[in-house]
Design a protein around this ligand. Sequence first.
Ligand code: ADP
Ligand code: ZN
Ligand code: ZN
Length: 719
Amino acid sequence: MVAKIADVLIPLALDTAYSYAVPDGLALEEGDVVQVPLANREVAGVVWSMREGQGGNLKKVTGVIDAPNLSPKMRKFLDWIAWYTLAPKGSALAMGLKIPDMDRQEVARVGVKLAGALPKRMTPARQKVIEVAQDGAVRLKSELAHAAGVSNGVIDGLIDEGTLETVALLAEPVAEMPDAGFGQTGLSDGQRDAANEIVASMGEEHPPVILLEGVTGSGKTEVYFEAVAEAVRTGRQALILMPEIALTAQFLDRFAARFGVKPATWHSGVTGRRRERLYAGIASGEVKVVAGARSALFLPYADLGLIVVDEEHETAYKQEDGVHYHARDMAVVRGKIEHAPVLLASATPSIESRVNVERGRYRHVKLPERFGGRSMPKIRAVDLRREEIPKGRWLSPTLVLSVEDTVARGEQALLFLNRRGYAPLTLCRACAHRYECPNCSSWLVEHRFRRSLVCHHCGHVERTPQACVECGSIDSLVPCGPGVERIAEEAAALFPDKRCIVLSSDFPGGTERLRAELAAIAAGEFDIVIGTQLVAKGHNFPLMTLVGVLDADIGLTSGDPRAAERTFQMLQQVTGRAGRFEKPGRALVQTWQPDHPVIAALVSGDAERFYEEETRVREMAGLPPFGRLASLIVSAADREAAEAHARAMAQVAEPPPGVTVLGPAEAPLALIRGRYRYRLLVKTEREVDLQAYLRGWMARCPKIRGNTRVSIDVDPQSF
Ligand code: ADP
Ligand code: ZN
Ligand code: ZN
């Protein structure tokens, strides 16, 4: 007998949809969220396709779950992600599906107000409540109890006796409606032209991808707000993707100044009921603007009309576990599927995006000048070979003098070092033992405030020992090299009467405290800020006029082909913190290699030359975006097992012309979290269908045994 069959994709690491019979009378559509039996459990899944067939011996769909239907566009997007990244389809779905928690009932918001009937018995507590409620206002039960200083029980008693009555309150909207005309900014001519060009393109039949390039402080945010306003005016939704840390109070306030309300935000800190309601509001189209971290790209927008990727060059857009994807690249794909323009904003675009402009695939809109005619900071290299710095100190005399000058004028200085903790390496002066992570091939980093040694790869923490664990010597541990905590100590010693603050992702007290401190810096409550890249990005500190980079060479020696690009971007960003407001800024960059192309380009301000040179190097080496790359990591708890499996894979690699397979070799971090890692690198010419080749290869590989794992990273960011 012919029956209706639903192919249901389950959000687990499964590559195909499973078929289930649809019981008579159950109305189902593609994209519906359903409950189905799997092994011995009931799980949720999404109807990926419907067909007719012989359903006789299939298990049946158990029921429909009250969750937003996933549109054809959304399903197409998830299919594409799985195809491109080689992740199981179910894993891609897991990123885009939120199943409502059925156990969590909506708690009705009930208010109470005075009804009039006198209580049968009067007590002082009841008297208090009546006094507070006298004004006739509707309050939540808990609010009233709090205001009267009584327990909820007293309120309940008064409701029972008819003295108070309950009133149902409307649920608060999950996000308020942005008003496109609320606080229109007077744009500069350059900003106006840029905004007009972008807005005009939004109505095109095939909306473009636009690279919005403008130096730090040129006012890109105000420009893309105009694109957001246009999306809101036309009733479509807008998504602003940001590197997570950039979701600052400052950004939200700027948004509110322009649109009257804050945008809905989506990141790992949004949880529980709020997360569910936002998800539903985005699917229904009620939520118009979402500002979010990369995961916001996988939400089921009802009608997405614009995607902005702010700081498009940021490495934080790359997800490197589970499904390995780059949110910027996936945003471009989603934009195409949704017929939405995609705006990539950056002061220091990725080489990939610049090459896409050259190839005519992206349009280019530029803001060459800082807003309000403010000048770019003057950048100078401080040649460490010529500076006399006492042992155990890292601030050169030149930098110290500049900091003194700056703070004496009532301005702020930022001392930038992209290294968390106190010292990156700890050793014993008696026996030379080096403190290493037991789970990883990496040194333990001393965190003095926490009195611990910490692994930055797996999170392993141990108390800093009093006696050397190896030889038992007392107080023999020596910190080697600086982290921000150590620089903070130096700054405190050099400038004892100045207010210093050290900021890194270790900052105690969580995001809220951090936001408060960033606001305090902006308000001028500190003189010297010592920080990692956490403070380098996206913030506007009006009084900050000096940026000192302590070690510009960190990162240049990593051996990673993207090292130069990354370092250049980071240094541009951090030096760009200086002088963003009325006061002109300057930056001092301490380096051992003042002639290095990255440093030279930074100092001369000739970004163009750096990019041209770097692009040429990539092209000659056949590296992305001129060739394609994938990295395969084989890992296992047992070193031999990992290596043997990697070798067996290499044996069946059978690379066709245009494809090179390198390795296996020990991965750059050979041991992480107790797993040994071997790496195979696939390098292909640009025209090669990398995904097809990888699929064919994986099909030939021996079966994976035991706890061995193979993880594939298409377009790896570091290699
Ligand atoms: P970018 O993102 O390009 O680094 P921002 O958008 O943060 O630059 O702008 C830099 C500063 O200039 C901010 O303080 C912003 O408020 C201000 N600004 C930019 N455009 C305008 C404008 N049209 N009117 C007033 N202030 C502006
Ligand atoms: Zn020792
Ligand atoms: Zn570790």
